[in-house]
Design a protein around this ligand. Structure first.
Ligand code: PLP
Length: 475
């Protein structure tokens, strides 16, 4: 049915309908059981038409697509380090999309640039950077890459102009760090073999003495230490590397660049009770901090913060005269970014911060930590479940006696009960529950553990039955 209304009103109406129906779906069906891609291709109208379709038909196709999309905003999503939906952030995101500014210059983004600068200033202050430089990026991976680029250019000031020569540049990171560190080493042409994995202690924190030994060995071998990547909130265990001690090691060796990958754990800076986990962060040179993880901003929303002003532009401003025409470097964030055209990721964080305030954000981070503590209690109380580590942050990793974590997680999703992931700890797959989604409350947590224990019991029974039939066949 073609409606004779203003297209933008029509779009707003379609958006409202889709959003409200999605919300109803999340309540009715918190986990969309996975479908195989072949089936989805058959039931969805994905092919691109020769003749354009009217908005109503596009809306219907979109609506159908949404119905078959995994529900990451419901209270049953415990997978990975994002989830949920913050209405105020969605508002900012939607308006940013409608405005369609590109965040490279003040000329075309105006007040939106001031929003980005305000957030960089405030987030910098939270981690102890008195006058932070920074820029929004599409995620922690890119924030880490940007930090590493600056470290490279500090270590080899002539490299930008002349390319590589001289001793190997070495990067140190804990063996539990995120894979984006290896990716950044590779993208920057440093050579994966020059990424030195440093041992962690039994809680998953980088061992400063092991770092010191690694740097000394490299110096003896004639290599050049370039950067230490410390993780604030590791991906699997949620561990925080001891930043002060790592900064001491960096200082001891002549000021090796210290980057903090706080993509996950940077948000503890917002909660006075947990901010101590970042103690020493003010001594770092750069930091990645994702707002789309623990803060709950809509994807994607990340910042790279740099303690010293001017370094970002020093590595990234190529003086494009057709683009940067006045207003100075600070007001033209494109001079500090790996990107040229850049979407406005700042606005959704600003609207979220406006809505929750400092107090609401602190409460959010504290509440998530409380949920992780509660989840650990539920693991301890449940027969057959065993914590493999005490939670350091929002990750609760546990083994399920006699059941494969891989099979259990798949079964929970197939039955539409929960989306939970698994990870390797001590080389064994274990359930890795992450409490990042603010849609989760005590009820959702209780339901998760009831379902998980029930499904685990059933899987054990199936295993016993299979074992018995194998034995029978062998006799
Ligand atoms: C510690 C850590 N660093 C970096 C990243 C990458 O962040 P993004 O997914 O925003 O690129 C992650 C993602 O989970 C992470 O856990």
């Amino acid at each position: 049915m073609a409606l004779d209304i203003d297209p933008l009103k029509h779009v707003a109406d379609l958006f409202t309908r889709i959003l409200l129906e999605r919300q109803a779906q999340e309540a009715r069906q918190p986990v969309v059981p996975p479908s195989d891609p072949g089936t989805l291709r058959e039931i969805l109208d994905l092919e691109l038409p020769d003749k354009g379709l009217d908005l109503e038909t596009v809306g219907q196709r979109l609506h159908e697509l949404v119905r078959h999309t995994p529900t990451t905003a419901s209270g049953s999503f415990f997978n990975q380090l994002f989830g949920g939906r913050e209405p105020a952030s969605l508002l900012g995101e939607t308006v940013a999309a409608a405005l369609n500014n590109s965040m490279f210059t003040y000329k075309v983004a105006g007040a939106q640039v001031l929003v980005e600068l305000e957030l960089i200033k405030e987030m910098g202050l939270r981690v102890g950077f008195e006058d932070a430089d920074g820029v929004f990026t599409p995620g922690g991976s890119l924030s880490n890459l940007t930090g590493m680029l600056l470290a490279r250019d500090r270590a080899r000031p002539r490299l930008r102009a002349e390319g590589f020569s001289g001793p190997r540049l070495r990067v140190y990171s804990s063996s539990d760090c995120h894979y984006s560190v290896a990716k950044a080493v590779s993208v920057l042409g440093l050579g994966i073999d020059n990424l030195v994995y440093v041992d962690v202690d039994d809680r998953g924190r980088m061992d400063p003495a092991a770092l010191d030994r690694a740097i000394r060995a490299d110096l003896l071998a004639g290599h050049q230490p370039m950067m230490v990547n410390a993780t604030a909130g590791t991906t699997v265990l949620g561990a925080f590397d001891p930043l002060d001690e790592l900064a001491d090691v960096c200082d001891e060796h002549g000021g090796v660049w210290l980057h903090v990958d706080g993509a996950f754990g940077g948000s503890v800076a917002l909660d006075p009770a947990q901010a101590h986990l970042l103690s020493g962060c003010h001594r770092a040179d750069s930091m990645a901090w994702d707002a789309h993880k623990v803060m709950g901003a809509q994807l994607c929303c990340s910042v790279v913060l740099v303690r010293e002003r001017g370094l970002l532009a020093g590595s990234l401003d190529e003086n494009a005269s057709y683009l940067f025409q006045g207003d100075g470097q600070e007001l033209n964030p494109g001079t500090r970014s790996l990107q040229c055209g850049r979407r406005n990721d700042a606005l959704k964080l600003w609207t979220l911060w406006q809505n929750l305030g400092n107090e609401g954000l602190a409460r959010r981070v504290a509440r998530l930590r409380g949920l992780a503590t509660r989840a650990a209690e539920l693991v301890r109380e449940a027969p057959g479940l065993e914590l493999v580590r005490e939670p350091e942050f929002l990750n609760v990793c546990f083994a399920v006696e006699g059941v494969s974590a891989v099979a259990l997680c798949a079964e929970l999703t197939d039955r539409g009960l929960a989306m939970v992931g698994y990870a390797l700890v001590d080389d064994e797959p274990v359930v890795r529950l992450t409490l990042v989604n603010a849609q989760v409350g005590d009820d959702e947590l209780r339901f998760l553990f009831e379902s998980l224990c029930e499904v685990a019991d059933e899987l054990r029974e199936v295993d016993v039955a299979v074992d018995a039939s194998v034995e029978l066949a062998a006799t």
